[in-house]
Design a protein around this ligand. Structure first.
Ligand SMILES: Nc1ncnc2c1ncn2[C@@H]1O[C@H](COP(=O)(O)OP(=O)(O)OP(=O)(O)O)[C@@H](O)[C@H]1O
Ligand SMILES: [Mg+2]
Length: 227
């Protein structure tokens, strides 16, 4: 369960304080797939980053399965994130000097998994990249890089998976592959999946759509048609 309580984020920009999130409260049960949508600048990435503990809010709290992550020290947060959260960035964020296999193995190695390479290879096979294990990011297409990023995010089987516009940099056919992959992994591994998207096709696969506007929740609606 993700529990976001009265979250406020204010930042100073150009000499004045701006309110980026203005009192967000949200509960997301286990295994739910939620899409966060809204206009550019409405606070979607900021909210996702706070749920990942990448930043601290001005006020309010976030609890992940009862752990108040907003109260954790940075080092504890880093450890918690490694074990519980997978994060997929719009721009992939692969390490350029590591191969696909090495990139996918990073979280496993950080968690001290002795079978890191084997597990990473299995995951890459499952995302259709079995013949790209030794390729460096520059030798991969955008869709292939994003699939490596998805494999990496799932490598430790995190209960919570966060994705910020995972199809934003992909053409529609490649985006479709990444969507299918996320949905399958969400279903097979039973992870909670929160994704930010501008893509109505991707949002339509969610069980629930939360719309932000000016740092507030404008609407929060279940998606009825799950065909
Ligand atoms: N470090 C920062 N300092 C000041 N303002 C910031 C900072 N980060 C984000 N903002 C501002 O906060 C607002 C929300 O940003 P955010 O990235 O969360 O929006 P978003 O909904 O993800 O937009 P997009 O759809 O364009 O990605 C924007 O107006 C942005 O300019
Ligand atoms: Mg954003």
């Amino acid at each position: 369960m993700i529990s976001v309580n009265h979250l406020v984020m204010r930042l100073a920009a150009g000499g004045r304080a701006i309110t980026i999130l203005d009192g967000i409260s949200l509960e997301i049960p286990h295994k739910q797939m939620v899409a966060i949508v809204g206009p550019s600048g409405s606070g979607k990435s900021t909210l996702l980053g706070l749920i990942a503990g990448l930043d601290k809010p001005t006020s309010g709290s976030i609890l992940l399965d009862g752990v108040e992550i907003t109260a954790l020290a940075e080092s504890d947060m880093a450890r918690y994130r490694r074990q519980h959260i997978g994060y997929i960035f719009q721009s992939f964020h692969l390490i350029p000097t590591l191969t696909a296999l090495e990139n996918a193995a990073v979280p496993l190695e950080l968690n001290g998994d002795s079978k890191a390479r084997e597990r990473a290879a299995e995951l890459l096979v499952s995302v259709g990249l079995g013949d790209r294990l030794g390729h460096y990011p520059v030798q991969l297409s955008g869709g292939e890089q994003q699939r490596v990023a998805v494999a990496r995010a799932f490598s430790c089987r995190p209960p919570i998976l966060l994705a910020d516009e995972p199809t934003g940099n992909l053409d529609s056919a490649t985006g479709r592959q990444v969507i299918d992959l996320l949905l399958n992994l969400n279903r097979d591994q039973g992870s909670t999946l929160v994704l930010v998207t501008h893509d109505p096709v991707l949002a339509s696969y969610a069980e629930r759509i939360v719309t932000l506007r000016d740092g507030r929740i404008e609407s929060d609606t279940p998606v009825k048609d799950q065909s």
